[in-house]
Ligand binder design. Structure first.
Ligand code: PRP
Length: 218
């Protein structure tokens, strides 16, 4: 797949998730040549062009779509949570861990359901991460039924939708405020820079200058 027609031929395209991560990346984006209109929410544009020496475009995407753009080469690189990469299983290089958006992917439930968590066969798990969930429990030979939910996952054990959840835990407040606790940790998560493998081979020099700026703390 090629870049869209109004790209200059040798420009690079960086895909970033809208929302929390975008505001944390503000300093990095400024150093890459993007103005405040790219991240201050003052407009609804989704693509920006950097001023300055780097021929760089910026795409603002839903977090789950960042690896799709990078995998198909519509963006050479993107900022993405490891949770999204693990779930989508794309074959991308991840040369830089930005160390932002740190959290944990964990199995959680109601304290009184802990024994049931050990014994239920199949275990019913509500999650936004069905692939990670299936792989995690397959490692220990557990049979699970996953129930896909988009958000407010913590409601599932409270309502009988599922025995447990697999979800991201950052401060732990959402679990605590809903009477849930972590039963088991699955993965440490943070945001990484994912790079299209072909671009990494063919355009390493140009990519390196962008990666250097992204990995330097602001
Ligand atoms: C995420 C996640 C948890 C919560 C964890 O949800 O799915 O619900 O944050 O954060 P905490 O440990 O700091 O409370 P998000 O805020 O994205 O909303 P959602 O329920 O719509 O997914």
């Amino acid at each position: 797949m090629t870049s869209s027609q109004d790209h200059t031929p040798r420009s690079l395209t960086l895909a970033v998730p809208k929302g929390r991560v975008l505001s944390v990346l503000r300093g990095h984006l400024e150093r890459l040549g993007f103005g405040p209109d790219a991240f201050d929410g003052s407009n609804r544009r989704l693509r920006f062009h950097a001023a300055g020496p780097l021929k760089l475009n910026l795409l603002l995407l839903k977090p789950d779509d960042v690896p799709t753009y990078v995998a198909y080469g519509a963006a050479e690189l993107g900022v993405v949570g490891r949770d999204v990469l693990l779930e989508r299983n794309y074959d991308l290089y991840t040369p830089v861990d930005l160390g932002i958006g740190r959290c944990t992917l964990a199995v959680a439930g109601l304290p009184q359901d802990k024994a049931r968590y050990r014994a239920a066969e199949p275990l019913r798990v509500a999650t936004k991460f069905p692939e990670i969930t299936r792989r995690f429990f397959a490692e220990s030979g557990r049979r699970v039924d996953t129930v896909f939910v988009q958000g407010s996952v913590e409601l599932a054990p409270l309502t009988g939708l599922a025995h447990v959840i697999v979800d991201l835990v950052e401060s732990g407040n959402t679990l605590r405020d809903n009477g849930l606790e972590v039963f088991e940790k699955i993965e440490d998560i943070s945001s990484v820079v994912a790079v299209n493998p072909a671009a990494y081979k063919l355009r390493l020099e140009e990519l390196t200058s962008v990666l250097e700026i992204l990995k330097t703390p602001t």
